[in-house]
Write a protein that binds this ligand. Structure first.
Ligand code: GLC
Length: 612
């Protein structure tokens, strides 16, 4: 098919719905015409290679659901200094079996008022110290040669106060003020505050910031220097879509839409998850399917499960391709603290009952804090109260509890609600930091086993596992952020430390912690990518083990069956399962084993594959 015809065909299949939604939101013909015009331009500007990859992916829409998908996220400077540095480390990334890298925010952002790069001052410029747009082009091309996908953040809810629009708005230019939420009185902000919860109750209380120089309040849901964009203004939507397409044309494969639920605001509502957000994401999905259908949308929706899944949209009207499995992540750590898998089993049952086409990103931790968003209604039936349980978990992971080996810090402890979230690396939360500090070899073995067991369990979930760079060598918390005045107030920097390449030299030496974790993970990664039961849309279910510390997950795909057993306690346990349907082999050890009454060592796990 001729290029132009390909475009027209894609446009044809979405135009009417796109126009309908656009008109519903904006009722503005000329702005819609402009959008269509610019989409075509971005298509024409898209490189030949990217267009070829688009077409390939269009004819293989499940390409990202395969069992070889493994992600890793990192800040460019922490990982390798700059973009060129990342390019020079692609062999290491391959050695980690990673074929999807999430480059944490790298666009222009003011130093010291950046929120880790989530306050963007120019959507078309790379931070100087990290490189340039040309370096990004070169990095994405180098990644594509190796079959590595590149993900970046698209921070569309807000801009930095130093973005060109914000600067003009601050000078009183009405056109630009209308791209944000400005109020010349205290009453309206106060009315919003009645229904809008706070994101950073301690580090950035309130949802508005007073700008004395122009005598206005501006809406700032996150930090005071992150000004919320007003998507009621079609100029904002159009321009942000152009930015999105510009970045997609740099060779980005996965666009992580930051803070999705927040992008539409309405007085007398919580300003989260409003219907218009779905209209916007649906339009964005169509725009990408028209211009760059090889690009995936990953929605950042850190909320309870019933609020997350609507962002997948429906079969006919899909929104995001992928979403974070955030409740499962938080419930995993609850299970580590309590050694009781019941809530986790229930959570996995909920996820497993969802349509198999939904793709979740599974992770043990990310660059953000861990919020204790658990199913408290269920815990309540056990007599566990939300407030005391959150306190228990925070105490536990700070290492205050007798049987805790964890180290870490609180995040945004709210003196009013008593609420707090938690920061720490996977290894520190598993006990690697404490055991290392105390020089306790037995405790170190336990910590490493727990760390590996958690990864093995995470790999058993349906979807795409994502590692945080450094976790593959068991890196511990980095307390140096406290010495940097730009970071000291934000404890999330505790688990955003720089990659320790010195320690990474040990990855081949299994007498070291780094070697044990790296090689342990490598084995799991290789199993995962060779066994097709790990495809994202395999049947997945849990099995009762009659031991409250042992979790059992089953997977089945095209005749292959795998049973995973995971012991969340520091004691040897027996899983009272009875899957007597043939012979099994344990994939880590290669031993024959029957999934009937299986004894599992402390913090151990098994991958039992049914023999054909
Ligand atoms: C997302 C990011 C977080 C950031 C926030 C505001 O939640 O993950 O790091 O603080 O958005 O942009």
């Amino acid at each position: 098919m001729k290029e132009e015809n390909i475009y027209l065909k894609r446009l044809g299949s979405h135009h009417d719905e796109l126009r309908w939604l656009y008109m519903e939101l904006y009722d503005n013909d000329s702005m819609f015409a402009e959008l269509c015009d610019r989409m075509r331009q971005f298509y024409l500007e898209r490189s030949k290679d990217l267009k070829t990859s688009d077409q390939k992916r269009e004819s293989d829409t499940g390409w990202y659901k395969r069992n070889d998908m493994l992600g890793m996220m990192f800040y460019i400077d922490n990982f390798a200094g700059d973009m060129k540095g990342v390019e020079s480390k692609l062999d290491y990334i391959e050695e980690c079996n990673v074929n999807y890298i999430h480059l944490m925010p790298f666009l222009d952002t003011p130093k010291g008022r950046s929120d880790g790069g989530y306050a963007v001052s120019d959507f078309r410029r790379v931070q100087k110290r990290l490189g340039s747009m040309e370096d990004l082009d070169s990095l994405t091309a180098a990644c594509h040669k190796k079959g590595i996908n590149v993900c970046m953040d698209f921070v569309m809810n807000h801009t930095s106060e130093e973005h060109e629009w914000a600067k003009k708005a601050r000078q009183g230019d009405g056109e630009y003020m209308s791209r944000y939420f400005f109020f010349n009185n205290a009453e309206e902000p106060a009315m919003y505050e009645k229904t809008v919860p706070q994101v950073f109750p301690t580090t950035a209380p309130g949802n508005f910031t007073w700008l004395p120089d122009i005598g206005h309040y501006v809406m700032t849901t996150f930090y005071p220097y992150q000004w919320d964009l007003n998507y009621k203004n079609p100029r904002v939507f159009n321009e942000m879509m152009y930015n999105f397409l510009y970045l997609a044309n740099r060779g980005i494969d996965i666009i992580r839409i930051d803070a999705v639920p927040y992008i539409w605001k309405e007085l007398n509502t919580p300003c989260r998850n409003l219907l218009q957000v779905h209209t916007i994401i649906r339009m964005m999905r169509m725009i990408s399917e028209i211009v760059c259908p090889g690009v995936l949308l990953l929605g950042e929706v850190v909320m309870e499960p019933e609020k997350v899944t609507p962002y997948f949209g429906s079969v006919e009207k899909p929104e995001c391709h992928m979403l974070y499995n955030v409740t499962t992540m938080a419930t995993t750590w609850h299970t580590v603290a309590t050694r009781d898998v019941r809530l986790l089993k229930k959570q996995l049952d909920i996820v497993n009952a969802l349509p198999k086409d939904y793709v979740f990103l599974n992770y043990l931790r990310c660059h953000d804090d861990i919020g204790w968003g658990l199913d408290y209604a269920t815990l309540k039936m056990e007599g566990i109260e939300e407030r005391t349980h959150k306190k228990y978990l925070n105490d536990y992971f700070q290492g205050y509890d007798g049987n805790s080996q964890s180290r870490g810090e609180l995040y945004n402890a709210d003196p009013v609600t008593g609420d707090a979230r938690f920061c720490g690396t996977t290894a520190s939360m598993c006990g690697v930091e404490k055991a290392g500090f105390e020089g306790d070899a037995a405790a170190m073995d336990r910590a490493v086993n727990l760390d590996l067991m958690l990864h093995a369990y995470m790999f058993m979930q349906s979807g795409i596992p994502v590692l945080y760079s450094g976790d593959e060598i068991g890196q511990v918390n980095d307390y140096t952020y406290k010495e940097d005045p730009d970071k000291a107030a934000d404890s999330r920097y505790l688990h955003r430390g720089a990659m320790n390449w010195k320690l990474a030299e040990n990855i081949q030496d299994t007498d070291t912690v780094e070697g044990k974790i790296f090689q342990g993970l490598k084995h799991l990664e290789q199993i995962r990518k060779t066994e097709n039961v790990f495809v994202s849309n395999a049947d997945t279910w849990t099995i009762e083990t009659w031991d409250s510390s042992v979790l059992c997950i089953g997977r089945y795909y095209e005749g292959n069956k795998l049973i995973g057993l995971f012991n969340f306690s520091e004691y040897d346990k027996t899983a009272w399962i009875d899957e007597a349907d043939g012979d099994y082999v344990e994939l880590i050890s290669g031993n024959r084993m029957k999934p009937v009454g299986v004894s599992i060592p402390a913090y151990g796990f098994f991958y039992l594959k049914k023999m054909l």
